[in-house]
Design a protein around this ligand. Structure first.
Ligand code: HEM
Length: 414
């Protein structure tokens, strides 16, 4: 039984407790909108005839539905259940009851209309450590800290103005990726091209420049007493934390068994956190020296060091900058990789896209200004996101006040 439970936990945990959307990306799962909550009161319990009862997916005693979710793609199971039970139903994952919202309408109601009522996160121990206790835009509860850092990330990085200022970095990425691909084709015309190898590295470079102003070849990290190569820095900042996020601590499904030690996992996560923090400290110290020498760059760290100097600690700044590196480095890569895969498999679609681009751009290289004239390219992107969403399942959200979604009343979990 223990073995079977571990298998179930291994595959379901990424979806339920993983880093906000980042973890499922690495596996490139096909997509659907699924949102999860726990603790609810159905209309029946409240005795309110206007509110609906919640269908329950039958499961096993103690483990509930964990075994039924043992596939690598739990959102496909959710979809199957939605066809039987409707867009809102309840499942049992170990000791917790979870409500699954599985249609565009209820997902929209949850994430737009009721967003402020359902935005409390309860993280696994591993994620508490990896997110430095929710110190990220994407994992913080909907509170003053969240509102402040959301404003910062929009002004300093993701908003239209910031994206305009970072245009040059994106152009460089496009230029570098296309010249490397052309180069490969010229030098090894018969060999398969490893798209990921080229794109992953360029994307990491882009996120480093947007976040810290500079890419790097290597980095000396005092706290680790070592000089890390660029690949090692990528591992510490991106790959290791993602692996840590999907590592399973089965006690998360059975909080009453928390007293049983799981030291190996805890130490592994603590070490990841320490290495990540050490690298971020070294990167930030470098940028501080640069700023002190009078060289300012239009990037997120410069923005945070100036805007957040009275509102954020240095540790928080480190976490917020790291957040943008990990969030940008995987989602975009996985989506682009799937788009290339589908186009390679569907020559008709590839031809249609090629001709659209040729008609609009002619002999010119494709630029961001061309994008509004390229509806088929836009459709390819959306179809890729639909079929292979890097984030098909949103990690658990909790109602922190009574609220209602799809005719069902949810009570605060506190
Ligand atoms: C194809 C690319 C991407 C996809 C599919 C994607 C998907 C998502 C999803 C589904 C969420 C909601 C998570 C939740 O509510 O639990 C989210 C949140 C977020 N994403 Fe992305 N993302 C992508 C790219 C990026 C990039 C490049 C960044 C750059 C930093 C980023 C930064 C964020 C942030 C900061 C949040 C939290 C927003 C908030 O809570 O208000 N994402 N993303």
């Amino acid at each position: 039984m223990q073995k079977a439970m571990d298998v179930a936990a291994t595959s379901i945990l990424p979806a339920f407790q993983a880093m906000p959307y980042a973890t499922p990306c690495r596996r490139g799962r096909p997509g659907l909108s699924v949102f999860l909550f726990n603790k609810f009161i159905s209309g029946q319990k409240k005795g309110n005839s206007k509110l609906l009862p919640v269908p329950v997916v039958p499961g096993w005693p103690v483990i509930g539905n964990l075994l039924q979710l043992k596939e690598k793609k739990p959102h496909k199971t959710f979809l199957r259940w939605a066809e039987i039970y409707g867009p809102i139903y309840s499942i049992q994952t170990g000791a917790s009851t979870v409500i699954v919202l599985n249609s565009t309408e209820v997902a929209k109601e949850a994430m737009v209309t009721r967003y402020s009522s359902i935005s409390t996160r309860k993280l696994s121990k591993a994620l508490k450590i990896l997110t430095d206790n929710k110190c990220m835009v994407a994992t913080s509860d909907y509170d003053d800290f969240h509102k402040m850092v959301k404003r910062y990330i929009l002004t300093g990085l993701l908003g239209a103005g910031a994206q305009r200022r970072h245009r040059g970095h994106r152009d460089t990425l496009v230029e570098n990726v296309s010249s490397q691909l052309l180069d490969r084709i010229k030098t090894h015309p018969q060999q398969a091209v490893d798209f990921r190898e080229i794109f992953e590295s360029e994307l990491f470079g882009l996120s480093m420049k947007e976040a810290l102003g500079k890419d790097m070849e290597s980095l000396h990290v005092d706290e680790l007493q070592a000089t890390l190569s660029r690949q090692e820095v990528f591992n510490v900042l991106v790959l290791d934390p993602m692996d840590g996020a999907i590592d399973v601590d089965w006690r998360d499904f059975f909080p009453y068994l928390r007293w049983i030690p799981n030291k190996g996992l805890e130490m592994k996560i603590e070490q990841m956190h320490f290495r990540r923090q050490s690298v971020m400290n070294a990167l930030i110290q470098e940028q501080k020296k640069r700023i002190a020498s009078g060289e300012e760059i239009n990037c997120y760290i410069d923005f945070l060091l100036s805007e957040g100097k009275t509102t954020l600690t240095e540790k928080q700044i480190g976490m917020l900058v790291w957040e943008t590196i990990i969030e940008a480095s995987d989602t975009t890569m996985v989506t682009t990789e799937w788009a290339m895969y589908e186009l390679a498999k569907n020559p008709k679609c590839q031809d249609r896209l090629y001709h659209e681009i040729q008609n609009v751009c002619g002999a010119e290289k494709i630029k961001e200004e061309h994008l509004p004239q390229l509806p088929y390219l836009n459709a390819v992107f959306h179809e890729t996101i639909r079929k292979y969403s890097p984030a098909p399942v949103i990690p658990l959200r909790y109602a922190h006040e009574d609220t209602q979604i799809g005719g069902i009343l949810y009570s605060s979990w506190k």
